[in-house]
Design a protein around this ligand. Structure first.
Ligand SMILES: CC(C)(COP(=O)(O)OP(=O)(O)OC[C@H]1O[C@@H](n2cnc3c(N)ncnc32)[C@H](O)[C@@H]1OP(=O)(O)O)[C@@H](O)C(=O)NCCC(=O)NCCS
Length: 149
């Protein structure tokens, strides 16, 4: 998934990843689950069991200015785009964080131009918080935030 330039266009500086990179990331995702009790879910299509991407909560280490907020994020392989999977999984992952774990200080961060991602944030009921610069790649990002009850 992360070796596809279209998938990586709006991630960091847009550089694609190798299988070795992916293995390291998966290890860090698993570590986050065991250390913090939340993390990224691998998403599969129920009918086929095919892996199509990930969605979930993680610490936005690339943007310390939003700490201690937790980020909800997502990434999917291109053939699965446009079918509503990303929205469906994001709604479920958000409800897991809020209802099961009691995490409510949640943001979501997209690079300017990534309209589909911004739309998912809006569909989750999040509201625009700020525009800023991701210091790890100097790209402009928009931050959405879950409103507090
Ligand atoms: C961002 C991403 C997850 C969206 O996936 P998707 O399959 O299009 O998501 P959905 O089918 O659930 O659609 C999301 C919404 O965005 C809208 N949308 C999709 N592409 C769009 C575009 N280019 N411009 C505007 N809106 C768009 C859809 O219409 C839908 O809104 P709706 O339900 O009101 O019609 C997918 O493109 C992806 O994985 N991209 C690569 C990784 C990435 O950028 N991750 C996010 C980093 S912040």
């Amino acid at each position: 998934m992360c070796s596809d330039p279209d998938v990586m266009q709006y991630i960091g500086n847009g550089v694609t990843r190798t299988a070795e990179d992916a293995a390291r990331y998966i290890e860090s995702f698993e570590k986050e689950w065991s250390e913090k009790g939340f993390g990224l879910f691998a998403i599969e299509v129920k009918k086929t069991g095919d892996f199509i991407g990930f969605t979930g909560l993680s610490s936005p280490n690339f943007l310390p200015e939003v700490f201690p907020s937790i980020e909800i994020g997502w990434r999917y392989s291109k053939p699965s785009w446009g079918k509503g999977y990303a929205s469906e999984a994001a709604i479920t992952a958000l409800s897991f964080g809020v209802d099961e774990l009691g995490i409510t200080d949640i943001v979501s961060i997209y690079q300017i131009g990534n309209e589909a991602s911004m739309r998912i944030m809006q569909k989750l009921g999040m509201i625009f918080d700020r525009r800023t610069i991701d210091p790890t790649c100097n790209r402009e990002v928009g931050v959405y935030r879950l409103p507090q009850q």
